[in-house]
Write a protein of this length. Sequence first.
Length: 499
Amino acid sequence: MIVGSSRAGHYKLLVVDDEPHVLETIIDVLEDRDEDGEFQFFRATSGEEALSILDERDGDIDLVLTDQRMPGMSGAQLLEKIHEKYPLIGSIVISGFAEFEDMRSAFKSGIFDYIKKPYDEDHLVGVVRSSLEKTELRRQNANLVEELKDANQLLEQRVNERTLELKHSLERLRSMQQQLIQAEKMSSLGQLVAGIAHEINNPATSVYAGAEALESNVDELVSYLERYENLLKAIQDGDDGKVKEIGDDLTNAQEDIDYLLEEGLPWSIRSMKEGAVRIKDIVRNLKTFARVDEAEVKHADINDGIRTTEKLIHHELKNRITVHEEFGDLPPLECYPGQLNQVFMNILVNAAQAIEGEGTIWIKTYTEGNNIVVKIRDTGGGIPQKVLKDIFNPFFTTKPVGQGTGLGLSISYGIIKKHGGEIKVDSEPGVGTEFTIILPLDGVQKARERAKHEGDYARSQYEFFDASRIEELEKELAEIDANPGEPAKSVPEPHEDSH
Ligand SMILES: Nc1ncnc2c1ncn2[C@@H]1O[C@H](COP(=O)(O)OP(=O)(O)OP(=O)(O)O)[C@@H](O)[C@H]1O
Ligand SMILES: [Mg+2]
């Protein structure tokens, strides 16, 4: 507030009039009523002079008070120029009646205040005071706007930083998922490789045993052939003594020779052949199981997939677990066959591992309406009610370190979801567990359409892992994109160990 202020020379007034005595009169009037000496005056006798004073002072003037009618630049023209260059300076024009009519619109727009000639002294001082007050408010306002702009800029910068952080978190989560998928692939691959190594070892042993037996059989055979050669030579030489000796020897060996031809040799050959056939079989199954076409959708027979998988995990089952199959007539299913086989393998291996000692696994497939249903039941230890809800979570495992990663079922869950299907579990501790997989015949197509529709097909590939967190993050990012300038609601702490 200006009234009562004691700041000497605080307000700088530039008074402009081409007639010096009029100029001085105005200043006298104002000075007379400026008890606190707040006014400091500057004088100009033309618009041009006024402008140069302003420029010299770099706009450091609070109010310009000017006569309208002056040679050269008029008062209104001067104030317009000042307004353009120094918009925060207050301005008053003093004009006669005729000019006042001309400038009515300028007054209305509020560019400057005005005083009509002849003026009343009190009126002059009143207008000057109120104009100074307005100027001060305008300046304060401008400062606030600047502060607000700065604050806004800071906020925007923070929002951008947060957005970037969120984006990085999302990236990290994504790359972690990729790593997990890779880890699980490696782990089930490792499991598979160990199994296959075991499986191939048996037939390879039988091929080897056959080859060894064949070698000694052939040695034996060669020695008999040599004796027959010697017999032939003795006959040709007419050496009766030698003929008899070799003849007796061969007669005594007849039983061995018969055994060699009828049993030994055929056994060696059979053993080698069987081993080779079994190895060929394993390799064929492996090829079917692995199906390098994982990325492609194929029409496949689910029963075939289960059979192949079963053969591959034979080493987990044999001599210990009886498998009962009850396969229904199934139409071919549009699916990712390699991935479904991975689901069957996870569930079958889990079942086998849940059975201590001897037990039974039932596999049943059938169609129900538009769905293919696969049920896998075991006589294992069962799953306690309180952990039943956790088994599809990544990393949930009750197996000792090094034996289970706890990813098998979460991966399986993701794969079945990708097929637009469902996977359910039913378990009774001490009795056993049953997994039910429901696969709609048009599931893959529907799941793909849905994912595409939602614009997150890529994400559906990793659906198994903490999808909710990623969804949350994406929502927050979308919100920020939609409302730039609003602070983010929450920012997750980036995981230090997630690189
Ligand atoms: N048939 C089952 N019988 C009893 N418990 C089961 C059965 N299947 C799964 N579980 C329980 O669910 C947990 C999670 O299974 P999941 O296949 O996801 O991981 P895992 O078998 O422990 O490890 P991984 O599959 O990576 O080797 C198991 O540790 C086990 O406690
Ligand atoms: Mg498992």
